[in-house]
Design a protein around this ligand. Sequence first.
Ligand code: G16
Length: 558
Amino acid sequence: MLEVTTTPTVAFSDQKPGTSGLRKKVKVFQQPNYTENFVQSIFQAVEDGFRSGTIVVGGDGRYLGPEVTQTIVQLAAANKVKKLIVAQNGIMSTPAVSHVIRKYSADGGIVLTASHNPGGPDNDFGIKYNIANGGPAPASVTDKIYEISKSLSSYEICKTLHVDIGVIGVYEFHVRGSLFTVQVIDSVADYVTYMEEIFDFAAINAYIKESQLQLLITALNGVMGPYVKAVMCDKLGLPDSSALACTPLPDFGGLHPDPNLTYAASLVTAMQDGTYDFGAAFDGDGDRNMILGKSAFFVCPSDSLAVLANHLECIPYFRKNGVNGFARSMPTAAAVDLVAKEKKLPMYEVPTGWKFFGNLMDAGQLSLCGEESFGTGSDHIREKDGMWTVLAWLSVLAHTKKSVEQLLTDHWKQYGRNFFTRYDYEACETEQAEAMMAHLTALVENGSLVNQSITSATGKMYTVQKMDNFKYVDPIDKTVTSKQGIRVILSDGSRIVFRLSGTGSSGSTIRLYVDSYEEKFENTQLSAQDMLAALLDIAFQISKLKEFTGRDAPTVIT
Ligand code: G16
């Protein structure tokens, strides 16, 4: 019988989960009792589910992950969890954790990831709780975790319990008169089997061979390395030379594992000479993706979602289950809305955060969704899914026999183009960022800009039609989520959106999103930055972003 100790602790006041879990610097999690407190708060918040049941633990392989996995095992045993399903070495992609929760009918899961944020002793770590549907916990649960964390005075731990999480197997212990089981499972096997059920691998394989399609995929030294090897190399026959940065490293080899044009520049550069026809990058935990065509032709995530929505019949999963509806986050450009209209399918607009798609999927109203932040996925799980997106794109290529660029051009010909750009101002002074948001909130409240015309530095004039702070009423459980981003809607339908990121770990990150619709095909060929220059200038005039933050240029442009 293993001994349980009740350890006194002092509560922390900063354990409020953000857009997707608690993300902080590693050094914050290394403070005595910091990690134990947060995990204990999770256990207390969802006590009933766990006491009788099973939870899954996995992470993106970043620094601190193995130690925290052991701590979770010790806390779970002492908190009367019946069974833990742990990924081998604690490493499992976020989409794979979502799948495993659903496949084994677990009561929830703990994902150790700071997603696309850099890793290593001086960088970021994160802990996220997922519910029984496999998706990120909604605010009702994370608020409860936070409330408990603010007054926690002790945690229960079984300090002498150690499991070798490097070895697959079932380990049993007697704790507090009950049996506690830890099952260490293969990190990729279940996920790969599921992908084979969803997609027609033989058709993709045949197309790659007959068209001699050249692919280049980078895992940016994140969790996706073993999945890329298993799916792309072993199943689809890609040579090892097509799989870049595929060894998960605790610090991602110094890379910032965020699949965008700035942080995945190595992929962009490698594709520029036209040797490769299709490229993809994943983030640290494997839920985000970036898709590139020949010569590094960039597929904007809003367009990626729309093109997939337009071709779902290529994928066996949708032929079998049908398509119930589409959704996107509010800042995502509305390209997919036009496809929904054409196909007469329901379309939903939710706040930023994958957790908002879960209810719609559980209610059978949503099949495909995506976000401008490089996330796409379907109701096969309850997280966005990078590898799923790559396989979906390859299915479309195999079915249509078109190139990536041709698919986009044809899409714009049929639907027009929703030009989109996002400017990120990372690590701004929090006070300055909040002052800018307060200025914008005041403009919403006093309505002084409505019906006003503003002329950009380029000479183009826009009239403000409406300004609001996005509010969402969940169509299923009627939960109201307010203040999800300041929107400026202009009279030609163009939009400017401002919000503060909920995933950063230092200072505040301002996100400025701009989009505009263009129907004339000849104009769809122009560059997004040229098309949106005037709107960006209007955005700076309205927000006084440069004056508030002192920033002349963004850190990242999408
Ligand atoms: C998370 C959420 C996404 C969200 C993204 C960015 O992704 O799951 O829904 O779009 O953060 O959020 P923010 O703009 O607040 O930084 P991930 O990949 O970081 O887990």
